[in-house]
Design a protein around this ligand. Structure first.
Ligand code: ZN
Length: 433
């Protein structure tokens, strides 16, 4: 038996307890957006002045003399006497800086490709307007009031975030705020873990003006190890485009059909929306129809993923998956959409914690593991399959065994799990952190 600290996020819908509180939250969202945009503006001004060579990374904060969050705040006061950045949660501003940094890092990762957005290329073709650095794919851009997700995150410091006996979540205020307190009433549907410590919370408001709170909690959990998994309790899961996954027992995940039906309706509503005048009353009404469907689909998907992960985690002692780079996979071919919808990444996450909290094992085979090319019977690698994703069935050139592509991959992953037990679990001295 071991005691481990576990972090988990809980999402609740909620209602601000007063108009004042709601105004405060909106101000925090605004501050987050403003602070982000100040960073973007500084970056753009720097690139305008010093030029930007397409294909190069963005300059560092130091190189472009990026002001600190504190300096940005001071400038805003001098500009128009507006002190509101001081009256909202300080973390909201700091988070904005972190998000901006993240956006820069993401851009830098692919900067060498120097690709322009399709819309910019179209403009160049039809109107003769040359694209600039602003049109590069992934370039951090201004968050507009309309299209941004509204949220801010704040951190618990000496219990200044707490839930009272009436299920009201109390939040910290900025030092200079004139308010006496802000709070949000939670519509609790499941309790937080006993003795859980609130680490941080994120307040969000969706496009329908509804509030939600994500509470990140740390708590101690007693975990009893199940010992060494036996062969029949190990499952290999191969990610499959068509079936979500195929396992080492040849079973398919049976991704629900109602989901696809909903997708069609969603596309219809989206098409209707695109034909309306943006910003008009009818457009706004239609937008809400589409948003509601989106939310419903997302909830159905999440629900299904959780249930599936729950079933597997109860039935098996070890599940082995491939360490896929899901983003890269989505970018090749036209798989992106399918792939996103399936949420295999989230599924692995749910599966991992549902297994580990029972003292069971979640194992990832490395990217280099050629699960689709190896013959699960004789172990010979059939390299002709490399990069070929259309062949569904094949015959091993060595032992002439016939294979279903996905089932074979599932079996290989299961075999990897068996080896992992010998090489890692039973030889702890070899474990490399
Ligand atoms: Zn073979």
């Amino acid at each position: 038996m071991s005691v481990e600290t576990v972090n988990r996020g809980y999402v609740y819908s909620g209602t601000p307890t007063s108009d004042e509180a709601e105004r405060y939250f909106r101000q925090c969202f605004g501050a987050d957006r403003l602070m982000y945009n100040l960073h973007v503006a500084h970056l753009y001004a720097y690139l305008e002045k010093n030029g930007h060579t397409i294909g190069e990374k963005l300059p560092t904060f130091k190189e472009m003399g990026m002001p600190t969050v504190k300096e940005f705040k001071q400038v805003r006061v001098d500009d128009d006497g507006n002190k509101y950045l001081y009256e909202v949660d300080a973390f909201a501003s700091n988070e904005a800086k972190q998000h901006f940094k993240k956006a820069m890092n993401l851009f830098n990762k692919d900067a060498f490709k120097g690709q322009f957005k399709k819309s910019a290329l179209k403009r160049q073709k039809t109107l003769g307007i040359e694209p600039t650095f602003r049109d590069l794919k992934g370039m951090p851009k201004f968050h507009s009031r309309k299209n941004s997700k509204l949220s801010y995150t704040t951190f618990n410091q000496s219990d200044n975030i707490f839930i009272d006996e009436n299920n009201v979540l109390h939040l910290p205020l900025a030092q200079k705020s004139k308010l006496s307190g802000v709070a949000i009433k939670l519509n609790t549907h499941r309790p937080l873990p006993k003795d859980g410590r609130i680490q941080n919370i994120t307040i969000t408001m969706d496009s329908q003006g509804r509030f939600a709170v994500t509470i990140n909690v740390a708590f101690e959990m007693e975990i009893e190890s199940i010992g060494i998994p036996t062969a029949e309790c190990i499952l290999g899961l191969d990610y499959s485009q068509a079936n979500f996954f195929v396992d080492s027992e040849g079973k398919k995940a049976n991704y629900p059909h109602y989901y696809r039906a909903m997708e069609e309706r969603l596309a219809t509503e989206q098409r209707k929306l695109s034909r309306m005048v943006q910003g008009s009353k009818r457009w706004e009404r239609q937008r809400l129809v589409a948003v509601k469907l989106h939310t419903k689909v997302a909830n159905q998907r999440k629900d299904w993923l959780h249930k599936k992960a729950y079933t597997l985690a109860n039935r098996y002692d070890m599940v082995v998956v491939e360490d896929l780079d899901l983003r890269a996979l989505g970018q090749t071919l036209k798989l992106a959409k399918n792939q996103q919808d399936n949420g295999f990444g989230n599924f692995r996450l749910y599966l991992k914690y549902k297994l580990e909290q029972q003292g069971k094992y979640f194992v990832k085979a490395p990217k280099s593991f050629a699960s689709t090319q190896i013959c699960s019977d004789c172990g010979v690698k059939n390299t002709a399959l490399k990069g070929d994703i259309s062949t569904r069935e094949w015959t091993c050139t060595n032992c002439h065994e016939q294979h279903d592509r996905d089932h074979n991959a599932g079996l290989n992953l299961r075999n990897y799990g068996l080896r992992w037990i010998d090489e890692v679990l039973l030889a702890p001295s070899l474990v490399v952190a």
